[in-house]
Design a protein around this ligand. Structure first.
Ligand code: C2E
Ligand code: CA
Ligand code: CA
Length: 395
């Protein structure tokens, strides 16, 4: 589902009331809606539910760890511009910015304290400018100018202890806005029909990448998963086109898993069955993504020719702290086994969750604990290192 994004919402966390008041006054005068707090739980709630476009975060607050907040924002894939403030010296700010960036946050230059009102005004004006809504023309241009790229998140075979697959996740390198996450443009692509172009590009690129990894000196054999949308299924030519992309890349559909979300958005159930069945006949594997939430229901599972169930990340990230989530994960893995389907758990963020999934008999695990999504070139080295490390712990 698309994140609701607003170009003019500012969230501030700072323990100095006077600072908060000044920022609020300046930002409101610049046309922003503003929430100021000193409470980390209010802050995180607003970051998740209110969808700010800009966050100003004080790194140094008594009783609160600013770096911890950065980590939580990153785990949520928060798309906002993040501006750090602090009386701390420039070196500390720089390394916190670097850390945020490495975790995938959209980090901006810091605002040192004491702050100049003019520099805050300038920064806010620039953010506002940059958050004009994305238009279909922008996305069309991005496709033509090769601004899309893929990152790959490694998938661990729980039995073998080896990386045997990766999920391709699309990103948009925008000339002025920086890296744009898929949650910010896939819905636009679906509404405008540009999704067909995006899916074609993703499948062709991922198939070519799988071939390159295979030919690699390391003889890396990983299967690649790509995401596609329910709105791709309105197109009866999809199976032939995707097969052709694989063949052109010198690959075979058997190396690709297609992950489908939001199947309920598709009204034409018969047509959907037609397309999915032909994809399976051509040898593609089909995965039902985000299982357990939204439209990914038991009905879909029973009707459609899926080969894999992907347990929704919201259950997996909470399974060690919430018994209900743990039970749901266990039942879905069991369900997959009984239906003769593969199970994949995504959102594995710690060792305890991984060990627990292995005990439950889950086939494949994916998540930040194993690896964040990485550039294709880093994959061979990652796989090699992972196997070496696993060998040591297993020995
Ligand atoms: P998804 O298919 O459910 O992908 C998983 C998302 O969770 C990814 O976000 C990934 O970076 C993130 N993630 C991975 N491991 C962890 C973890 O341990 N903890 C947490 N909290 N998050 C984790 P991303 O890359 O921002 O993708 C968001 C969504 O955009 C995807 O959700 C998928 O539905 C969609 N998407 C991505 N690429 C494509 C594409 O090529 N085509 C289409 N149609 N949709 C895409
Ligand atoms: Ca997916
Ligand atoms: Ca998912």
């Amino acid at each position: 589902m698309a994140d609701d994004l607003y170009g003019d919402r500012l969230l501030v966390i700072d323990d100095e009331p006077a600072f908060g008041q000044i920022v609020q006054k300046v930002a409101e005068a610049s046309g922003f809606e503003v929430v100021v707090t000193r409470d980390p739980s209010v802050f995180m709630h607003a970051a998740r539910q209110w969808h700010p476009s800009v966050i100003i975060l004080d790194l140094k607050m008594p009783g609160t760890d600013g770096v911890q907040l950065l980590r939580t924002l990153a785990a949520d894939n928060c798309p906002a511009h993040v501006v750090l403030t602090s009386g701390a010296d420039g070196k500390v700010l720089e390394s916190a910015i670097q850390l945020g960036r490495e975790r995938g946050l959209n980090m901006s230059q810091a605002l040192p304290k004491p702050m100049r009102v003019e520099s805050l005004q300038e920064r806010l004006a620039a953010f506002k400018q940059a958050w004009k809504p994305l238009l279909s023309a922008d996305l069309e241009a991005a496709l033509a100018a090769d601004q899309l790229f893929l990152e790959y998140q490694p998938k661990l075979d729980c039995r073998l202890g080896r990386i045997t697959g990766a999920e391709a996740l699309v990103r948009w390198r925008h000339p002025t806005r920086g890296i744009i996450r898929p949650n910010q443009f896939i819905a636009l692509a679906e509404e405008t029909g540009l999704i067909h172009g995006v899916t074609d590009w993703v499948v062709a690129t991922a198939a070519a990448q799988a071939v390159r990894w295979g030919a690699d000196k390391l003889g890396l054999e990983v299967t690649v998963a790509v995401n596609f949308s329910a709105s791709d299924l309105v197109d009866l030519d999809l199976p032939d086109r995707l097969e052709q992309h694989c063949r052109n890349a010198g690959s075979d559909p058997a190396f690709l898993t297609l992950e489908l979300t939001e199947t309920g958005a598709m009204r034409e159930a018969v047509q959907m069955m037609d397309v999915l069945t032909r994809l399976r006949l051509k040898g593609f594997k089909l995965s039902i993504d985000d299982f357990g939430t939204g439209y990914s229901s038991l009905v879909q599972l029973q009707r459609m020719p899926f080969s894999e169930i992907k347990v929704d990340l919201s259950f997996v990230t909470q399974m060690m702290s919430n018994v209900g989530c743990r039970v749901i994960v266990e039942i879905i893995i069991d369900l997959a086994r009984k239906l003769g389907l593969k199970s994949v758990a995504e959102g594995v963020e710690g060792d305890a969750a991984l060990q627990s999934l292995i005990e439950m008999g889950c086939d494949t695990a994916q998540g930040y604990y194993i690896s964040r999504p990485i550039a294709a070139e880093l994959m061979p080295e990652f796989v090699g290192n992972y196997e070496a490390a696993w060998g040591k712990t297993a020995a």
